[in-house]
Design a binder for this molecule. Structure first.
Ligand code: T6T
Length: 332
């Protein structure tokens, strides 16, 4: 779609008559050229958020607005909060943020809300994520745009169960408790195993602080205690990268199935050798695109859905080279 067509569609959705682009700008309550939105990722150097920003910039270009990408270099609420405070001081027209902790970011985000900045969370949520269900403020945060992470965890469990024939010991490599996406993936993975794969024993979850080298050494430690380990679910990019390196370093690729969440080239390039068996790719560009579209609608005075779910693609050695699959490999 061209920029003008997208604008026409948005104007039509806002209940206004279609008109040439210049006239539409005047008809919108806030001219697009005046709008600036900030996207605060979980961390700036992660292919997942870099790809999310690509989608956000595509939407910004289509709408003729500005989107800034500003975040910390590590996935840490203590580092994210000062970044957020600096963003609040500059008063963007809306804030899109992936909160790095579901409780610790509530008060910092409330400061944004009190400063009159609409808050939309992307990827992760605060509280229980059920925005607008009557249990909290109806308009704080306004919306949550993300993968269905419980379902993603179930998809990983099914891929694992298939690969190991429904029997054996596995564990979840996780970042840190309190990160909504990770907690939900673990929940979905364990629920699927408990309900449908009783022959699989899920060992204690290993927390790696988003540090791939910790995830690698944790695999070695789990292996020392469980020489018959059959699989690892790396529940995000760094967990999967680290754990799969640990498996390779121990020469255990033949015995240990690796199911990875997230699809940077550093993971998908290891499908053909068997170091990684299946990848559950999120669609971060969709999250960024619809995040910006949602923020734009809010700024124009429209009501928006409290939740928007984005898709997944399962990537294996069999389909990784297909053109329509390659587009879901993250940008770096
Ligand atoms: O898996 C993504 C994201 O969904 C999660 O919240 C944190 O980790 C990633 O950014 C991947 O590193």
């Amino acid at each position: 779609m061209t920029t003008n067509l997208i604008r026409a569609a948005l104007v039509a959705a806002a209940g206004l008559a279609a008109a040439p682009a210049a006239a539409q700008d005047d008809m919108l309550p806030v001219p697009p050229g005046d709008i600036s939105i900030t996207l605060v990722p979980g961390l700036t150097t992660d292919a997942f958020y870099i790809t999310m920003n690509r989608g956000a910039q595509a939407a910004a270009e289509a709408l003729g607005i500005e989107v800034n990408f500003q975040g910390a270099e590590e996935f840490d609420p203590v580092l994210q909060t000062p970044v957020l405070d600096a963003v609040i001081a500059r008063q963007p027209d809306a804030l899109l943020i992936a909160p790095t902790d579901s409780t610790q970011l509530v008060e910092p985000l409330r400061r944004a809300d009190e400063a009159g900045i609409p808050v939309i969370t992307v990827d992760t949520f605060v509280g229980d994520g059920q925005y607008g269900d009557g249990s909290g403020d109806a308009d704080f945060p306004l919306s949550y745009i993300a993968s269905d992470n419980v379902m993603g965890g179930r998809m990983a469990a099914r891929a694992m169960a298939d690969a190991i024939g429904g029997e054996g010991k596995v564990y979840v490599a996780h970042l840190r408790p309190g990160v909504s996406t990770m907690d939900q993936r673990e929940e979905g993975f364990k629920a699927e195993m408990a309900e449908n794969h009783p022959g699989i024993e899920v060992l204690d979850t290993q927390y790696n602080e988003n540090d791939a080298s910790q995830a690698a050494s944790q695999f070695q430690a789990v292996l020392a205690r469980n020489p018959d380990i059959k699989g690892v679910f790396g529940a995000n990019l760094f967990s999967a990268l680290g754990a799969s390196n640990g498996v390779a370093a121990a020469n255990m690729n033949d015995q240990v199935t690796m199911i990875a969440f997230d699809a940077p080239p550093s993971i998908t390039n290891n499908l053909s050798s068997g170091q990684v068996d299946a990848v559950i790719a999120q669609h971060p560009a969709e999250i960024g695109y619809y995040g910006v579209m949602t923020a734009f609608a809010v700024i124009q005075g429209q009501s928006v859905p409290t939740q928007i779910g984005t898709g997944f693609t399962v990537i294996t050695a069999d389909n990784v080279d297909d053109e329509d699959i390659q587009k879901f490999i993250y940008a770096e």
